[in-house]
Structure formats: structure tokens, C-alpha cells
Design a protein around this ligand. Structure first.
Ligand SMILES: Nc1ncnc2c1ncn2[C@@H]1O[C@H](COP(=O)(O)OP(=O)(O)OP(=O)(O)O)[C@@H](O)[C@H]1O
Ligand SMILES: [Mg+2]
Length: 404
């Protein structure tokens, strides 16, 4: 048995409570290197793209896997090596013109003007780079010309996030044109498109014509080791410790989604502090699960209640959440079948197929059919998957040995 540590006094408790709040970011992308874990491969790829003239990149993956955080941290690192950076987001109302006005609005151009007079003084003028685009609708060559001006003084890396939300199909084609022209003319600007997608083709249909210029950076779910790093680093930053078994529990429950690692570790830390301890153990994670269910986003709990109406369907949903998924979240009916009996359900393959179909039917369906050959399923919102497992645990239907 470990020796019982002295309970924290009031000042120590307050200090750690504050640190714990800063160390975890369940609700927002990480934008500092200090809070960011893993993803060495993707950082390396983006660095080499930025270093090579004529190369651009697409970062794509499931919702919530950490795409924006990667973009933010790479932008920070590039800025540290004297590369000009800008980040912008697309939304459903954007078109090609509005995205580029926003993107270039993040940058400034310096110009010098000679003033008349004896001394021949010069004045420096600073203007937003979006003025380079003129006032009318923007065409790809306007963008390229503006970027040539902006990169006159050095290199530029421009991140366009939430590219999947750009509904305007023509705008996406025009983006491909920009990439192609920037690449052909070796402009020192690197464009990085970021969005939710299973393949680059989902984001840019014309990607074949720009294939050589556009490097594909795929973001899989995070590994257990990467998630463990988030948990241990954050806890250390809060001047606390965490048992390996507690880290294990958190990373198993997170299912590759860093949001849950932040949330569960932070809540487990709070549970330990509530008992004046600086050491986080498995029961603290169990307490965190209860709190995490209460704190789940409305959209997540709604999706659960809509889907899990009757008991049989709840068993199927749980079995889905426990099935071994691939890097894109897909699992097969056979994997679900193997799990159904473990959560107390009884179904033959045919009945199961019917249940899965029902869960994947309609606009607001909790499951999505797809994957290689189209015969697999996944959670339409990945964040619902760990939620379902945690509900199962809290309801006593899932045993911890059923967690992966
Ligand atoms: N490498 C990382 N290290 C630590 N925390 C991370 C990392 N990547 C992501 N996170 C955390 O995971 C959560 C989701 O990250 P992020 O918003 O970057 O994902 P996303 O893929 O952009 O999501 P969306 O698809 O919704 O835009 C955030 O709480 C963020 O703090
Ligand atoms: Mg994002």
C-alpha cells in the first residue's frame, strides 16, 4: 500500500485547482506547444511542406481528432522560425471571395512612400493585405497576385480551417486553381486546407489535377500513448501525480478522441482535490465519468436519447460503442455482434442488421453507414461513442474489463 500523503492545506489546494483549470482544454483547440502532445509525424509533414516551394497541404480526418490544434501549433512553430502565418475559418455562408478577404485581412503589407522635402524622408504605411484584392468579386489570379506581394518580404503559411463547411462547390474548385497556380509560379506562400473528411477527394473534388502540389496529411484518432501524454503532462503541470492505472482508464474511455482525455483527467483531478489529495487514482476517474456524463454537450446527450429509446436498441448502441473501430471510426456488424452478448443483449445476425439499419436511418441518425465497401458503420458524431460507453459504465451494464 502506498503511504498516505498529508492532506493539502487551503493554499496548496487553491493553487492546484487553478493550475488544473489551465492545464486542460476540453472545450477548445490547443494553441500552445506546452499543452500539445504527440502528432510528431503530422508536424514533420507540415514542416517539410512549408519548406518546399510549390508544395501545399490538406489536413483531414474525423471530427474532433485535433486538426485545428495541429494547425495552431504548427503555425506557432513556423512563426517562431520567422515565417509569416495566418489562420482563417470557413463557414457555410462563405464563398471564394469572402474566404480570401478574411484570410488576407489577417495579414498586413508594408509600403514605403517618399515624402517631398529636403530630407527626402520616407513614411511607412501599413495596410491590411485584403486591400490588395480590390473591391469586386475575387478570382484566383487576384489571390495569387496578392500573395506574391505579401511574400515579397519573406515566406508565408496560410491555414484555411473548416474547409468542409465551405458549401460553395465552385469556391472549392477555385481553391484548387489557386494551389495549382501558386505551385507553378513558385510563390513563397504555403496554403494548408484543414477539414473534416475521410479523404482529400471529399474536400476537393479536383484534387487529382493538383495531386503533386497538394500533400495529404491524414489525422487518425490519437494513440493510447499520445493520449496518455496529454493526461500525465497536464497533471504534472498542475503539480499533481496520477497512477498508471488511472491513466489507462482515461485513455481507454477516450477512444482516440483527445476531448475526453482533457475532460476526464481534469474532472478526475478535481475529484482528488476535493479530498485534498494531489494523487489521482482510478476511483477519481470513476467519479469523473459520472460528472462527464452530466457535462456532456447537449448535442451528444440528445443523440443518445434519440437513439437509445428501447432496451434492445440501447444494447446494440452500446455494443457499437465498444466494437473495435478502425482509424476512421468504422466498425463491422460482426464486431458489433461479438459485443452484444457482453452487454446483456441477445440478437441473431439478421435482427442485428435490422437494428443497425434503424440506427443509421434518417437525417439525425446516430450511426452512419460507410467505410470500405459501404458495409460498415460508425457514429455520425464521434463524440457520442465514448459517451455511450460511459453511460453503460454508469448504468452498470458495461464492466471495466469490457473496455479496450
Ligand atoms: N495534440 C493534442 N494534444 C493535446 N490536446 C489536443 C491535441 N489535439 C487536440 N487536442 C484537444 O482535443 C480537442 C479537440 O481538438 P480540436 O478542436 O483541435 O479538433 P478538431 O479536429 O479541429 O475538431 P473539429 O473537427 O470539431 O474542428 C480539444 O479539446 C483540444 O484541446
Ligand atoms: Mg477544428
Amino acid at each position: 500500500m502506498p503511504t498516505q500523503a498529508r492532506p493539502l492545506d487551503e493554499a496548496e489546494l487553491l493553487h492546484r485547482t487553478a493550475l488544473l483549470a489551465q492545464a486542460f482544454r476540453p472545450a477548445a483547440p490547443v494553441d500552445r506547444r506546452g499543452l500539445f502532445s504527440g502528432r510528431g509525424e503530422q508536424i514533420g509533414e507540415l514542416f517539410s511542406v512549408a519548406a518546399q516551394a510549390g508544395q501545399h497541404a490538406v489536413v483531414y480526418g474525423e471530427r474532433g481528432v485535433g486538426k485545428t490544434s495541429l494547425a495552431a501549433v504548427v503555425a506557432e512553430l513556423l512563426a517562431g522560425s520567422k515565417i509569416l502565418t495566418a489562420r482563417t475559418n470557413c463557414d457555410a455562408s462563405d464563398d471564394f471571395t469572402t474566404v480570401w478577404r478574411k484570410a488576407l485581412g489577417e495579414l498586413v503589407v508594408h509600403s514605403t512612400a517618399q515624402t517631398v522635402g529636403f530630407a527626402g524622408e520616407t513614411t511607412r504605411e501599413i495596410r491590411p493585405a485584403s486591400l490588395l484584392l480590390g473591391t469586386g468579386p475575387v478570382a484566383p489570379h487576384d489571390v495569387v497576385r496578392a500573395l506574391e506581394t505579401v511574400t515579397h518580404g519573406g515566406e508565408l503559411a496560410l491555414f484555411v480551417d473548416e474547409f468542409d463547411r465551405l458549401r460553395d462547390a465552385e469556391a472549392r474548385t477555385l481553391f484548387a486553381d489557386v494551389v495549382k497556380t501558386l505551385s507553378d509560379r513558385l510563390v513563397r506562400a504555403t496554403v494548408v486546407l484543414v477539414g473534416v473528411a475521410d479523404s482529400v477527394g471529399d474536400l476537393i473534388r479536383e484534387h487529382r489535377s493538383v495531386e503533386r502540389a497538394l500533400v495529404q496529411v491524414r489525422m487518425p484518432r490519437m494513440s493510447r500513448a499520445e493520449l496518455a501524454e496529454i493526461a500525465t503532462r497536464g497533471i504534472a503541470a498542475a503539480q499533481m501525480t496520477i497512477r498508471p492505472a488511472a491513466v489507462d482508464r482515461v485513455t481507454a474511455l477516450s477512444q482516440g478522441l483527445p476531448h475526453y482525455t482533457h475532460l476526464l483527467t481534469q474532472l478526475a483531478g478535481q475529484a482528488a482535490l476535493a479530498e485534498r489529495r494531489a494523487d489521482v487514482d482510478v476511483p477519481d476517474v470513476e467519479a469523473a465519468v459520472e460528472r462527464a456524463i452530466e457535462r456532456a454537450a447537449h448535442s451528444v446527450s440528445e443523440a443518445y436519447y434519440r437513439a437509445a429509446g428501447e432496451i434492445r436498441r440501447r444494447h446494440v448502441l452500446l455494443a457499437c460503442a465498444l466494437a473495435d473501430e478502425d482509424e476512421f471510426g468504422f466498425f463491422s456488424p460482426a464486431q458489433v455482434e461479438a459485443r452484444v452478448s457482453r452487454v446483456g443483449g441477445r440478437l441473431d445476425a439478421e435482427a442485428l442488421a435490422g437494428e443497425l439499419d434503424a440506427l443509421a436511418a434518417g437525417d439525425e441518425a446516430v450511426l452512419q453507414r460507410g467505410g470500405p465497401g459501404g458495409g460498415r458503420y460508425r457514429f455520425a458524431n464521434p463524440l457520442v461513442q465514448p459517451y455511450v460507453v460511459m453511460r453503460g459504465l454508469a448504468d452498470g451494464v458495461v464492466k471495466t474489463r469490457d473496455l479496450r
